[in-house]
Design a protein around this ligand. Sequence first.
Ligand code: GAL
Length: 415
Amino acid sequence: MTMMKKLHLGVAALAISATGAVAQEVEVLHWWTSGGEAAALNVLREDLAGGGIGWTDMPVAGGGGSDAMTVLRARVTAGDPPTAVQMLGFAIQDWAAEGALADLNALAEEQNWNEVVPEALQAFSTYDGNWVAAPVNVHSTNWVWANTALMEELGIEQPGSWEEFVAAMQTAQDAGYTALAHGGQAWQDATIFDSIAMGAGGPEFYQAAFVDLDPEALGGAEMVEAFNRMATLRGFVDDNFSGRDWNLATAMVINGEALFQIMGDWAKGEFVNAGMTAGEEFQCFRVPGSEGTVTFNSDQFAMFNVEGDAADSQVAMASAVMSPEFQIAFNVVKGSAPARTDIDPSSFDACGQAAMADLAAAGDAGTLFGSMAHGHANPPSIQNAMYDVITAHFNGEFDAETAAEEMVTAVELAQ
Ligand code: GAL
């Protein structure tokens, strides 16, 4: 309560000092529509309301944001961009290259963003040396979420290797449970693939295949092994997985119908929203094989070129998003880590603290990689080409060898 009050005062003061007038309204395009996501969004909305800034909501459902990006393109083409847009990685860079984004440099300088935002995020928040987006968080995609009661019932310990992970899922399936809660949507298949590929091939392979787009890595033995592991996972999902939303898959773990889900830590927002405690009723651990590495994505608010009061509101919103108090209040609900390096982890739960420690350690060790599935390894055109192959393989269209060959061809054609 005290924190929220302080936060509100902070926003109001900054809105006045940065612009000379109290800003009034933001229209925000986003895809935060699940229970946990909406709860986090509400933290932002109320924070802005406390600073006198109104909110026009522009939700576009669809995890991962592909549908939101389609709606955005239509809005901008019609000459009517929203004030602020939830956006990921290379998409920010694409819009900045089109000259569509506003310049947040004055605020960034005043608040010293260069010093407090991790460099891995700045690579996406800035274009040509100019700040064009305000990062709200850092998610990582290589997590397994598990139901503790079900693990205990089945006598399952946290698996320490791929083989133990598979054995645990086999135990659950044999006992009549869904071993792996999953939703068959291209972005979810790709989210799983992120950490499976990292586990199968290691960091150098991840860099070569997804960042450098090296055909030898794209079509090599590690890629084949990654697809083989995906086929193993396919054997552990339930019959109704096709098209299921990610949060409904999380609900299966929450309800004890399913043992595990591989998903980014936005899934934690669902557990928290259901009143469950990290390390007690649910567990988080790194996808076996990917320990010591982090595949990350950062939600940022990209600010579009708008005029007058709307531009003032953008500055006020960006200022609110970057405040340390807000970064804590928002991210404990969202499941992510803060987008600043100067935040005390003590307000975060066990999984949040692990995420923050893992991010820092991976950053130091050179094992922090932008997530392919969430637009931080390569541009949207390449990402979509990879999605198509991963999903076609998951649905049985290709065997592992063919899928690896298809990766090479698809990436070549998309460049
Ligand atoms: C990610 C985004 C997360 C979460 C997730 C599922 O791309 O970064 O914040 O919204 O999609 O919708």
